[in-house]
Design a protein around this ligand. Structure first.
Ligand code: CA
Length: 387
């Protein structure tokens, strides 16, 4: 079997309302799917992390840089192909967009592998430790509104996410230290005393500001404090871990085994959040996962994007060993964005219906069991939203 074409499908639509996090407001949803075709008529699907215009630039990397390296090659030779691409891109970007582009290609090769041998990806990785995965719902985005409006909305939204059946929730911060603490208090009040909530700063703080917020989170019993400082500030992560009881989490902006090696060996994280659609794909994710577990660092995947990304993560979460193991181990969670996302809810011929599954099952979702990713996108839907 030979690879005959590697194609990017970039999709976009205007959101019903503008949303924000600590770095920007945004009003469009985009997704970047990768399709690999073969001479035997089988196609594999992957996805690249990278919203907005980043997706358009990544499309050029996928189609104009990576595709020529892989045309005519055996799609089963995933490791060989990964290393060929990485080695040729190394001088031009060991992190960021080249790795996001390679990630989508690698995931599509794994989907192809599964379809060729008739196995779901979790089967190829060694089997399923679980056939259902608990889901946490994130929401509570920033908007152009007053602090009082934010506080009231965050409290209501947190309660609604709990009511919808999710096992935990996550909020954004980024208004400034004093206002952010008020938002965290509102979310604790919204969910009540016996429910996990997490706080995502998207690296908006200095270490000292993060320390102030982190100590408040200790008082409130938050479960994790995500990306408190810039991803390059490894010393900042270490200082926060030394002083704050709340788990310090991060890693969505880190790439490859070599980038992750630093985060893990230096002890920057209580919880690792690798992004499979950015760090190098499933092949590289498995190496990062092994390294995280070698450091006894639990992994809760960062998940963002379309139903392809969600399916890839469900496959990985099914195949993730419990850490450290036990009769009632803490199970890995699926991250789920509760804001408007047609590319997740409507892309597939058979939708995953995560919200419905969560509501019916008490917070869990089943792992797809079909070959490869176990899902198939609707080509008419893709054509309608293609940019
Ligand atoms: Ca995040």
């Amino acid at each position: 079997m030979k690879i005959t074409c590697i194609k990017s499908h970039v999709l976009g639509y205007d959101l019903p309302e503008e949303l924000g996090y600590s770095q920007q407001y945004y009003a469009r949803r985009t997704a970047h799917l990768v399709e690999i075709e073969t001479d035997e008529g089988i196609s594999g699907w992957g996805e690249c992390f990278g919203p907005g215009n980043i997706a358009l630039a990544n499309r050029a990397i996928v189609e104009q840089v990576i595709q020529p390296m892989l045309l005519g090659e055996d799609p089963m030779a995933r490791e060989v192909l990964w290393h060929r691409v990485y080695n040729l891109l190394r001088d031009h970007g060991q992190k960021g967009m080249p790795m996001q582009a390679l990630s989508g290609v690698d995931i599509a090769l794994w989907d192809l592998f599964g379809k060729i041998v008739g196995q779901p990806i979790h089967g190829l990785l060694g089997g399923a430790f679980r056939d259902r995965v608990p889901v946490y719902g994130y929401g509570m985005m920033l908007k152009r509104e007053s602090l009082a409006e934010h506080v009231a909305r965050f409290s209501d939204e947190a309660a609604a996410i709990r009511e919808a059946g999710f096992v935990a929730t996550k909020m954004k911060v980024g208004l400034g230290v004093r206002d952010d603490i008020a938002l965290c208090v509102a979310v604790r009040e919204g969910v009540g005393p016996d429910f996990d909530f997490m706080v995502d700063a998207n690296h908006c703080y200095t270490v000292n500001d993060a320390m102030t917020v982190g100590l408040a989170l200790d008082e409130l019993g938050a479960y994790w404090f995500e990306e408190p400082v810039a991803p390059e500030d490894l010393d900042g992560y270490i200082r926060l871990r030394d002083h704050i009881a709340t788990h310090i989490s991060g890693g969505e902006a880190e790439f490859s085994r070599w980038g992750w090696r630093e985060l893990l060996t230096r002890g920057c994280l209580d919880i690792a959040q690798p992004e499979v659609c950015a760090l190098g794909g499933i092949s590289e994710y498995q190496k990062v996962l092994a390294m995280a577990h070698a450091h006894f660092t639990p992994v809760v995947n960062h998940v963002w994007g379309s139903a392809i990304a969600v399916a890839a993560n469900l496959q990985l979460l099914a195949a993730m060993p419990p850490l450290p193991g036990g009769l009632f181990p803490r199970e890995p969670w699926l991250e789920f964005d509760t804001t408007d996302n047609r590319f997740r809810d409507q892309l597939l011929l058979e939708p995953l219906d995560i919200q419905g599954q969560v509501a019916r099952s008490g917070g869990t979702v089943s792992v797809p069991t079909g070959p490869g990713l176990g899902v198939e996108p609707d080509r008419d839907f893709i054509a309608h939203y293609a940019i």
